[in-house]
Write a protein that binds this ligand. Structure first.
Ligand code: NAD
Ligand code: IPM
Ligand code: MN
Length: 331
């Protein structure tokens, strides 16, 4: 079956990591008979500069019409681009794995965590009010979205042979909202008695993630805590250059690295493309191209294990292109 992949390269290092990844995907397709058709869609800071809008309706429509979307990164317009895409397509589950790769000198070994981040509400609803000297952002948590994400986390755990789910919250202070969330995670836990269930308060969780990340398996949490903890978790296992993610809805999905447009290294050709490449592997798995997904992930892990070709974020001195070539050679 042919898959139409909508790509959004965006800004900064976005086009660099996107080109590297579509190149790798094309090589994978040539080798395996996998059929992919890429379309490239505009969005982001540069597009807004030119046209006045960051996310044109045609891009939204093309993402809806495609089989899957691969998104690299945009800059300051992220809240006008990726947030509306996640919310209008109802991509309620943001899956953010953090795991140890052999050959990467990471802060921690033996990490294998899936952060299941609620992706449609919380502070990200962007409901608020601003006066000159004060402002409000409303944190909205509903039972419906909490139920949905809680069930998604337990189903993920069951399917992937994980034995524990940790709900991360701040109900000790944010009692109006996080008790709604916890009532949902507790109800889901009761429906899945074979999975152990625990609750951690987010600040303590942040410390425990640093000291003993191997004790976590699946974390389910609200939108902003998931945002922050997923960068933290990425930092434990090699950094944002290796952190992929999937925004999953009922029949649509967008796959993107956890990182942003990295203006500090943009244009230098040294961005690590592997977070985007690993996101593409998640995309292939979601498209039920499991064999191709595995082959792609294996090629990435082989390149990492060999320690020969790597970008500066991983302690090497290779370019984005050289890493892409190395992955292609290992497919
Ligand atoms: P960032 O993720 O862009 O960068 C944080 C740090 O990680 C920087 O030092 C950067 O050089 C490094 N880094 C990130 N990706 C890397 C890669 N692939 N290879 C090597 N190093 C990498 O976060 P930031 O600097 O806080 O944000 C920059 C811009 O990106 C902001 O405008 C923000 O709004 C935007 N942003 C967009 C998205 C998105 O499009 N989904 C996500 C996060 C941030
Ligand atoms: C991420 C990013 C986005 C988020 C921002 C840039 C809108 O940080 O994907 O993690 O907070 O979700
Ligand atoms: Mn983030």
């Amino acid at each position: 079956m042919k898959h139409i992949i909508a790509t959004i390269p965006g800004d900064g290092i976005g086009p660099e990591v996107m080109n590297a990844t579509t190149d790798i995907l094309q090589a994978l397709a040539d080798k395996t008979g996998l059929k992919l058709k890429f379309t490239q869609l505009p969005a982001g800071d540069a597009y807004k500069e030119k046209t006045g809008v960051a996310l044109p309706q045609e891009t939204v429509d093309a993402v809806k019409a495609a089989d899957a979307c691969l998104f690299a990164a945009v800059g300051n317009t992220a809240k006008e681009v990726i947030l509306p895409l996640r919310q209008t397509l109802n991509l309620y589950a943001n899956m953010r794995p953090a795991k140890t790769y052999q050959g990467v000198d990471a802060l921690k070994q033996n990490v294998d965590i899936m952060i299941v981040r609620e992706n449609t509400e919380c502070l990200y609803k962007m409901v608020g009010y601003r006066e000159r000297d004060w402002g409000i952002n409303m944190r909205i948590i509903t039972r419906e979205a909490s139920d949905r994400i809680a069930h998604h986390a337990f189903h993920y755990a069951e399917k992937n042979h994980r034995t524990k789910v940790t709900a991360v919250h701040k109900a000790n202070v944010l009692d109006y909202t996080d008790n709604v969330f916890l009532e949902a995670t507790r109800a889901a836990a009761e429906e899945h008695p074979s999975i152990r269930y625990e609750e951690h308060i987010v600040d303590a969780c942040a410390m425990k993630l640093v000291l003993a990340p191997e004790t976590y398996q699946v974390i389910v949490t609200t939108n902003m805590f998931g945002d922050i903890l997923s960068d933290l978790a990425a930092g434990l296992v090699g950094g944002l250059g290796l952190a992929p993610s999937a925004n999953i809805g009922t029949d649509k999905a967008i796959f993107e690295p956890v990182h942003g447009s990295a203006p500090d290294i943009a244009g230098k050709g040294v961005a690590n493309p592997l977070a985007t490449t690993l996101s593409a592997a998640m995309m292939l798995e979601w498209l039920r191209e499991e064999e191709a997904a595995q082959r792609l992930e294996d090629a990435v892990t082989t390149v990492l294990r060999e320690r020969k070709v790597r970008t500066p974020d991983l302690g090497g001195n290779n370019t984005t292109r050289e890493v892409a070539e190395a992955v292609k050679n290992r497919l």
